[in-house]
Write a protein that binds this ligand. Structure first.
Ligand SMILES: [Zn+2]
Length: 267
């Protein structure tokens, strides 16, 4: 399924595989002044392709190599003849058929490997100039795009919620924290954060500050309990009650325990 939300100059393109009338997981791409940021998953290529044929798309960026961000790359290169850019670490990953877990295969599917180009430090469209920022943490190859005049930041999967409760097993919480501090130092009084989960934070800097305060508080709590000789699963149960269903559905790839362990390992 594909839903288009006009947000002023920015068009949000929400995509997700539909099963039994339910979308399993929404991922958002954005189109702004001919620049497409991310390309959805393998299951929504046809719908995105149909939409893009009616638009003036001139260039494309992948925020990172994950399968829900590069799904229509092959279509875009072959059918629309457009260049796609990504971080240097992402280039070999996007050009490989990476193994997926069972749940990833079901929700997003395998993208066609594609040869994409190294993203430049700035991307200009006819009206805007985007700074390309290295924002590792969610993945090592993650980039965000910042438009200083408008105060826009397209932050991919870096920031999803002010009170994050789960982490992927391969995420690096200290990398996420450092990348968010970098976003706070950008020259904009406030910023609009456009996220891949679809939420748009109009007071993005305030939301990031709230998240940092929450996470530092959580880390203190985790450490205090570790100091009382509780194990990571015990700390999880003490703070959050118990693990969420996501952990079982993803074989532990997304879990509260991952977050607790990351907070412990970085302390
Ligand atoms: Zn991701």
């Amino acid at each position: 399924m594909l839903k288009v939300n006009p947000l002023g100059e920015v068009t949000q393109i929400m995509m997700g595989r539909e099963m039994d009338g339910t979308v399993l997981y929404w991922t958002s791409a954005y189109l702004v002044d001919g620049l497409l940021i991310d390309t959805g998953c393998a299951y929504t290529v046809d719908e995105l392709g149909e939409f893009l044929r009616e638009q003036e798309v001139r260039q494309v960026v992948n925020t990172h190599h994950h399968e829900d961000h590069v799904g229509a790359n092959s279509f875009i290169q072959q059918e629309l003849g457009l260049k796609i850019y990504a971080h240097s670490l992402a280039l070999p990953l996007i050009n490989s058929r990476l193994p997926l877990r069972e749940y990833q295969e079901m929700v997003w599917g395998y993208p066609e490997p594609t040869e994409v180009q190294l993203v430049p430090a700035r991307i200009s469209t006819s009206r805007y100039t985007f700074w390309v920022l290295e924002t590792p943490g969610h993945s090592p190859d993650h980039i965000s795009l910042f438009e200083p005049e408008q105060g826009w930041c397209f932050s991919g999967d870096l920031f999803v919620s002010e009170n994050l409760k789960m982490l992927r097993a391969d995420e690096d919480i200290d990398g996420i924290l450092a990348s968010l501090e970098n976003l706070l130092s950008l020259p904009a009084e406030e910023m609009t954060l456009f996220t891949s989960l679809g939420r748009v934070f109009t007071e993005g800097k305030s939301s990031i500050r709230n998240f940092l305060a929450y996470l530092h508080g959580l880390r203190e709590q985790v450490n205090r309990l570790a100091g009382e000789s509780l194990t990571a699963p015990e700390i999880r149960d003490c703070i959050f009650g118990r693990e969420t269903q996501m952990a079982a559905l993803t074989g532990g790839h997304f879990s509260i325990l991952n977050l607790v362990e990351q907070l412990l390992s970085g302390s």
